[in-house]
Design a protein around this ligand. Structure first.
Ligand SMILES: *Cc1c(COP(=O)(O)O)cnc(C)c1O
Length: 408
């Protein structure tokens, strides 16, 4: 195949018009939408209107007149179909880290006689820090196990399990329905972290019979830097009395009754704590409008195709230069990013970024490329491999000993 073949794939891509809903610089290949999604143009319009008219002129009246107060629920209703949930099982608030804390505490309290929480060794660090913190707080033990040992580690002593659906480094994707069933059989509550899945790989919480989940919105959902996260609590667990450890007024059944006593809302809104960050919540609401009319099957198909093509080209052109694919080759076992292991480390990625191909680097030695299906073109796959081939052959990165700057 040559570059022209990739141009043909773009021409035939049913999602091609969706990319035009985003503002992307013309001179770069952006393969980091799995870390910070691109900017939808609707967000620019929405935020300037909100700031000038609703905040500037409407002032306090905008809580009602512009329905700021309903924003978290409206956004939850837009996320629900993307994750296979009902709107009242989803809340949009705080960060993924804080939401995970709330759900792990809630899960542990629903299983009071069980002393253990299970986490996965290679999962995103914040998830493991949160579990250690909850274990400390509640006097529980942590079983930090390899992914291969995960199923076997879930026994009758386990209150909660935390697992990333798609691994942030390797891109490995769990068989979510199978692992959820394993947890259910031993009575443990599994909290899925969907940060690297939603908007990229199939997520169907109801069909998985999932209990709890959290996820990030600034990656494949394009909510903008630090946009609020979402959490999911199944109707079963809401009815069983799942509660946030942060009993705040926005989680109250009637926040504006200013009641003396806390009474949790009947829906997942009970997991809200304080005043929602309205600007970022409304930016996220506008960003989610790009999903209107977009068939999720086409999105998942494109993610498989982009990653599959990249893997093929990398095997042919980059593996001989020392960059080996570490992401699963089975499309059912990966998300929408691919990682290559290379000894050159971060200087290789810096050289690549210098040539206009933006991926990222994850220690100790992974070059990571995200193929956000709404914004990535097939030619981007070709151009990225070709540019990386030139970088590796040229070897200019070898003299670069600067360390990696801070990246979230
Ligand atoms: C991106 C990501 C997070 C981010 O958490 P924040 O609280 O938004 O910083 C958490 N978990 C996983 C698996 C992630 O990929």
């Amino acid at each position: 195949m040559d570059r022209a073949a990739f141009e043909t794939l773009d021409r035939d891509d049913p999602l091609r018009p969706v990319r035009e809903r985003f503002l992307l610089p013309p001179d770069i290949v952006y393969l980091d939408g799995n870390s910070l999604g691109a900017l939808p143009s609707l967000v620019v319009q929405r935020l300037s209107r909100t700031i000038r008219d609703e905040w500037g002129r409407g002032l306090i009246r905008s809580w009602n007149d512009a329905d700021w107060v309903g924003a978290p629920q409206r956004v939850a209703a837009r996320i629900a179909p993307l994750i296979g949930a009902d709107a009242d099982e989803v809340a949009v608030c705080d960060s993924t880290t804080v939401d995970l804390f709330k759900l792990v505490v809630a899960a542990a309290r629903l299983r009071p006689d069980r002393p253990a929480i299970v986490t996965v060794e290679d999962d995103f660090p914040t998830d493991r820090y949160v579990v250690d913190g909850v274990a400390d707080l509640l006097g529980l033990q942590v079983r930090n196990v390899t992914r291969a040992d995960l199923g076997a580690a879930i026994d009758d002593d386990v209150a909660a399990v935390v697992a990333s659906h798609v691994d942030y480094r390797s891109g490995y994707r769990h068989d979510a329905a199978a692992l959820t069933a394993t947890a259910e059989r031993s009575g443990a509550l599994l909290v899925w972290d969907l940060s690297h899945s939603t908007g990229a790989a199939p997520v169907d919480l109801h069909s998985w019979r999932a209990d709890l989940a959290v996820g990030c919105t600034y990656k494949y959902l394009n909510g903008g830097p630090g946009s609020p996260a979402y959490l999911y609590v199944s109707r079963r667990l809401l009815d069983a009395g799942a509660l946030s450890p942060i009993a705040g007024w926005f989680g109250h059944a009637e926040p504006f009754a200013f009641d003396d006593r806390y009474a949790a809302a009947g829906t997942a809104q009970r997991f809200l704590a304080g005043t929602p960050p309205i600007l970022s919540t409304l930016a996220l609401e506008a960003a989610l409008e790009v999903w209107e009319g977009v068939p999720l099957d086409a999105v998942h198909h494109k993610a498989r195709a982009l990653t599959g093509r990249f893997i093929e080209l990398a095997d042919d052109h980059l593996a001989p230069l020392g960059a080996a694919v570490v992401t699963p080759r089975d499309p059912e076992a990966r998300g929408a990013h691919v990682s290559l292991r290379h000894d050159g480390g971060y200087p290789v990625m810096r050289a690549l970024i210098g040539r206009g191909v933006i991926g990222d680097f994850r220690p100790p030695d992974l070059l990571r490329f995200g193929f956000a299906p709404l914004t990535t073109r097939y030619v981007d796959v070709w151009d990225a491999v070709e540019t990386l081939r030139q970088v590796l052959e040229g070897g200019a990165w070898r003299g670069d000993h600067r360390s990696q700057p801070g990246v979230p």
